[in-house]
Write a protein that binds this ligand. Structure first.
Ligand code: 9D3
Length: 242
């Protein structure tokens, strides 16, 4: 997978993509990331990339010309590459969208900044518009990094253990239960005894019940869509108001 990222702040991408799994994925050739400075494609003397909004009002709007020039230069001759504008007005990024994007061989990500991007970028250049959630960021850069991270870990070979990716979907849409490691007692707080019992069937059932309880308490919206067995429903019935 190759990512082309278009931004006014390329140095924002230096740290996060150069650690841990993303670093290893690039070193091993599973993924490559090119960050392009939109400002380099402005042709005026001062390389201006933003301007006041038509119709008045505060804030600045990113001009279309440098963005079109950057994307059209970098993607010259390419077809079938999704051009994604990161914007608060986009469709919501979810694990399903991450899986969809992992099917491409190359993806372009355009990061807005300031109050927004000239509408013609979304209308005539971008093929898709994505938001990562209902909170306000200072720009699309962190959103682009979230997408690179979530998509990269889905690429075959990136995670050492292929089961880890399968578990994402095998979790049946529930939150995960708790995890513990040594020591068995830390500051007087003991690991649940069942995990030390060696009874693997009982442990599996306990883990399932912990996942169900946690989802009921923290994300009841997920529970409504989850893939539940009759045994799961029987367990949950004990906690649901009757
Ligand atoms: C005053 C209205 N604001 C919209 C909520 C203006 C505005 C704020 C922040 C316009 C753009 C931005 C910068 N945000 C992004 O570019 C962005 C974003 C986000 O803020 N939240 C979640 N996903 C994304 S993707 C890009």
């Amino acid at each position: 997978m190759h990512f082309d990222i278009f931004s006014l702040f390329p140095s924002m991408f230096r740290g996060p993509l150069e650690e841990s799994i993303l670093k290893r994925a690039q070193e091993r050739g599973y993924v490559s990331i090119a960050v392009h400075n939109i400002r380099d494609y402005a042709t005026d003397k001062h390389h201006i990339t933003d301007d006041a909004p038509y119709g008045g009002g505060g804030g600045m709007v990113m001009k279309p010309e440098p963005i079109f020039a950057a994307v059209e230069t970098v993607l010259a001759g390419e077809t079938g590459v999704p051009i994604i504008l990161l914007t608060p007005q986009g469709r919501l990024f979810t694990q399903a969208v991450a899986r969809e994007l992992a099917g491409y061989r190359r993806i372009a990500l355009i990061c807005g900044h300031y109050e927004g991007v000239d509408e013609r970028v979304g209308q005539y250049l971008a093929t898709d518009e994505i938001s990562i959630g209902d909170y306000v960021l200072t720009g699309g850069e962190l959103a682009a990094m979230v997408i690179v991270d979530a998509v990269t870990r889905l690429l075959p070979g990136v995670l050492g253990d292929p089961g880890a990716v399968l578990e994402d979907s095998h979790a049946d849409g529930l939150l995960e239960g708790p995890h513990y490691t040594r020591p068995a007692v830390f500051r007087g707080w003991a690991v649940p005894e069942i995990l030390l019992s060696g009874n693997h069937a009982a442990i599996a059932r306990w883990r399932r019940e912990q996942a169900l309880l946690r989802t009921l308490q923290r994300r009841p919206d997920l529970l409504a869509k989850a893939n539940l067995t009759p045994q799961d429903r029987q367990f949950l019935a004990k906690f649901e108001p009757s």
